[in-house]
Design a protein around this ligand. Structure first.
Ligand SMILES: [Ca+2]
Length: 298
């Protein structure tokens, strides 16, 4: 059993990742913490609660940073829509947002567990993790590892700056995370762009009929058309964030290498540098699509 906290900015691909993770028998998600990213904090927090409700679980949701450490929000409305979910309607959250903020909640969970027993899954900008390192450094060092979707090494980024969105949205946070002694695994665009879904996959999900699978089919369908309504695509945008829980559960389906990197503090671009981290540079897309489908059937 893997114990983890999910830090997230839902987000279409976040929602798919979370629906997979929350019901997976090999994962125990202690909490979700939210951050501004794909869309503002109020919406990402509400969406996290709605996703838990749809999944039929009681996972607490804690609101975190409403903006990057040192700059303005740059939401991705063109891709994720004003609601963050491409217009897919989820149930209202059954549970109130927890009064404890994201960092305090992470620290309490980490302090209450064996050191090295909890993973942090980062599906959004790294703002909350940087604040945890600042406010509760000893708690942060109790993390077993951090698995973060973010960065682009040999691939071009997906922001005007040339960076990947999560890292480019809050470069100062990325720099602080790289400056820490945390065990880091990054899953950059080099890997996530290899995991997409086609129309047949959506049809399979709909035929499965579980709320998680049908909702994921709707979310992926929105991910086909968003941004390009006149040019229906034959494959979805990359399923970036699902790679994080999939990596935790099925690491053998990913190609991991060690890289030495540093981050540009202005753009969030990764360059060769002194910090050695694990980087996922490839994946077995058919096997991972099958694993995702299995998880959504539960
Ligand atoms: Ca995300």
């Amino acid at each position: 059993m893997i114990h983890a906290i999910i830090d997230t900015d839902p987000g279409i691909d976040d929602a798919i990742a979370i629906l997979y993770a929350l019901r997976h028998p090999d994962l125990q998600i202690a909490a979700m913490t939210t951050v501004a990213g794909n869309i503002g904090l109020e919406v990402t927090t509400r969406n996290a609660g709605s996703i838990a409700t749809l999944a039929g679980v009681e996972t607490p949701v804690h609101a975190g940073a409403a903006a990057p450490l040192d700059r303005e929000n740059q939401p991705e409305l063109a891709i994720h829509g004003d609601d963050g979910l491409g217009g897919v309607v989820l149930p209202d959250p059954a549970r109130e947002v927890d009064s404890r903020d994201a960092c305090a909640a992470m620290a309490a969970i980490l302090d209450g567990a064996e050191p090295g027993s909890i993973d942090l899954f980062c599906l959004g900008p790294l703002t909350n993790l940087a604040l945890l390192l600042e406010r509760f450094p000893q708690s942060a060092m109790r993390l077993r590892r951090v698995i973060a979707m973010g960065g682009a090494l040999e691939e071009p980024g997906n922001m005007a700056s040339g960076a990947e969105f999560n890292f480019g949205h809050d470069p100062e946070a990325l720099v602080r995370v790289l400056d820490s002694d945390l065990a880091l695994t990054f899953i950059p665009l080099d890997a996530t762009r290899q995991l997409r879904a086609g129309p047949d996959y959506l049809a399979d999900l709909r035929a499965m009929g579980t709320p998680a699978a049908v909702t994921c089919a709707d979310l992926i369908a929105a991910y086909f058309t968003s941004g390009a309504p006149d040019a229906p695509a034959r494959e979805s945008r990359p399923l970036h964030d699902p790679c994080v829980p999939l990596f935790a559960i099925r690491p053998e389906l990913f190609r991991v290498t060690m890289r030495s990197v540093e981050a540009c503090p202005h753009s969030g671009c990764l360059h060769p540098g002194p910090r050695e981290i694990r980087v996922v540079m490839g994946l077995d897309a058919p096997a991972l699509r099958a694993e995702l489908r299995r998880g959504l059937a539960l």
